[in-house]
Design a binder for this molecule. Structure first.
Ligand code: GLY
Ligand code: MN
Length: 462
């Protein structure tokens, strides 16, 4: 945990931004896997972590905007629990570690909420993303579960987004710690990417390495020789020379700050000419995003700058044809990259997306595009110093999508489908870094992970 002053200051700011009413921050519960007591690993809710830092299940934090009081509500463990869990601090003791002087039971929480409702006070809460929390919030507020999300507080969402979007130096240090572990995950897996191995061996190495760094993976590992499928979680294939291996994986620190890194390597360690050509195009797009990212530019503009590099590369290969501006304006290049350039990252690998992607990545000024590809950009708004965002261009030859566009004549004036046909067996490439927007540009976070053709070949040879 950070020192308690960090959490006190964050809550103080939140009360100021929300202005009035009672704010309820709901923690997460244990979640059963195949029977009640066999649970998935416990993951505290990120908003709860941000404002209260505590990792025990079934906690509620309450902030009173009028009185300035903060509370923690939870059940104290009794001897029946302690037999299984060992001695644990009381709720009051835990609360004091994050500067909260008031605590109570869940029954006390219900009384406080009932009183606030009776007084007609505004109650602010976030839309629950877990069904058990949805039911509990409905019961607490006395509203039907299907109305809980409808009454969630936009003021609270906006206040949380405002604070959490700007990462402090201590948060950056945590994120870089997560990237340090991701370095070990990726460099180790690169060296293992030899013919005869199976994807699951490398995925398992990555999961174990994440745990050795103090936290689990930050999302299910993507480790695939079929990288044309963007989120491919099938790990059953044998590695074969001629395939590109997409490795998209990150981890959490013990405080749950994340990393999210993608590297793509040729199985066996040597790029062939076609692999090298496509790889260099994607790498140039990744580097272009780093070159142009700075405060004041929108991430939509950065996405478009990277797209121009990709489109020019495809033009040089004869896959695309026509005027570059028209290609990009019409999204013809998106056939090979149907996703956005990146997303915010922090306590969540897709930071704050539980508040609604549109509330995090867009605002009154920047509207989400409806175009295929650009419309999938999760964060398009104007960048500010302190934002941490991923830079993850890719190139994917998706046979089903190519066939569909060909059949339907989509962007047909810009695409040479005969040339494209020859790439249908290629697979995919993605290159992803985590970058911090600084006062005058950006910084790629963490120790550099091999990324150029030479660096990757040298690492894999070693
Ligand atoms: N790295 C996985 C994702 O960003 O969705
Ligand atoms: Mn990502």
């Amino acid at each position: 945990m950070f020192k308690k002053e960090t959490y006190i200051a964050r809550r103080e700011q939140l009360r100021k931004d929300v202005k009035n009413g009672l704010i309820i921050i709901q923690g997460n519960s244990e979640s059963s896997c195949n029977y009640k007591d066999n649970t998935y690993f416990f993951r505290q809710d990120s908003t709860f972590l941000y404002f209260f830092g505590l990792q025990r299940e079934d906690m509620y934090g309450v902030l009173d905007c009028e009185t300035g009081e903060d509370w923690i509500f939870a059940k104290d463990y009794d001897i029946e629990d302690i037999i299984w869990t060992g001695a644990l601090p009381s709720v009051a003791e835990l609360a004091s570690t994050v500067g909260v002087t008031k605590s109570g039971s869940l029954a006390d929480l219900q009384s406080i909420v009932n009183k606030a409702v009776a007084q007609g006070r505004k109650i602010h809460y976030l839309p629950p993303y877990r069904t058990d929390n949805l039911v509990k919030m409905g019961n607490l507020l006395g509203i039907k579960t299907d109305r809980v999300n409808r009454y969630a507080s936009l003021e609270l969402i906006k206040a949380c987004v405002k604070q959490r979007s700007i990462k402090s130096d201590e948060e950056i240090a945590e994120i870089e710690r997560a990237i340090a572990t991701a370095y070990n995950m990726h460099v180790g897996a690169m060296k293992m990417a030899m013919p005869g191995r199976y994807e699951y061996e490398l995925a398992g190495f990555m999961e174990g390495t994440a745990l050795m760094g103090g936290g689990p993976v930050s999302f299910p590992v993507i480790m695939t020789i079929n990288g044309q499928t963007l989120h491919n979680h099938n790990h059953n294939h044998e590695l074969k020379v001629g395939r590109m291996l997409v490795m998209d994986a990150g981890c959490e620190t013990p405080m749950h700050y994340c990393s999210d890194i993608t590297r793509t390597v040729p199985v066996g360690g040597k790029f062939d000419e076609r692999q090298k050509t496509i790889y260099e195009i994607v790498l140039a797009a990744n580097l272009e995003a780093i070159r142009v990212t700075r405060p004041g530019i929108t991430y939509q503009e950065v996405h478009t700058a990277a797209s121009r590099i990709l489109a020019q590369g495809y033009k040089d290969l004869g896959i695309l044809k026509g005027n570059l501006d028209d290609i990009v304006a019409n999204g013809a290049h998106s056939l090979m990259m149907p996703h956005g350039l990146g997303h915010m990252m922090g306590l969540d690998v897709h930071d704050m997306e539980n508040y609604g992607e549109i509330n995090v990545g867009y605002d009154d000024e920047t509207e989400r595009s409806k175009q295929f590809g650009l419309g999938s950009l999760r964060c398009g708004r104007r960048l500010q110093p302190g934002f941490v965002i991923t830079d993850e261009p890719g190139c994917y030859f998706i046979p089903e999508l190519i066939d569909k566009w060909h059949r339907e004549g989509t962007n047909a004036q810009f695409i040479d489908f005969d040339v494209l046909e020859k790439y249908k067996d290629f697979g995919g490439i993605r290159i992803e870094d985590d970058i911090l927007v600084t006062n005058d540009g950006c910084r790629v976070l963490g120790k550099p992970i091999p990324k150029t053709v030479k660096e990757i070949e040298d690492t894999m040879r070693g």
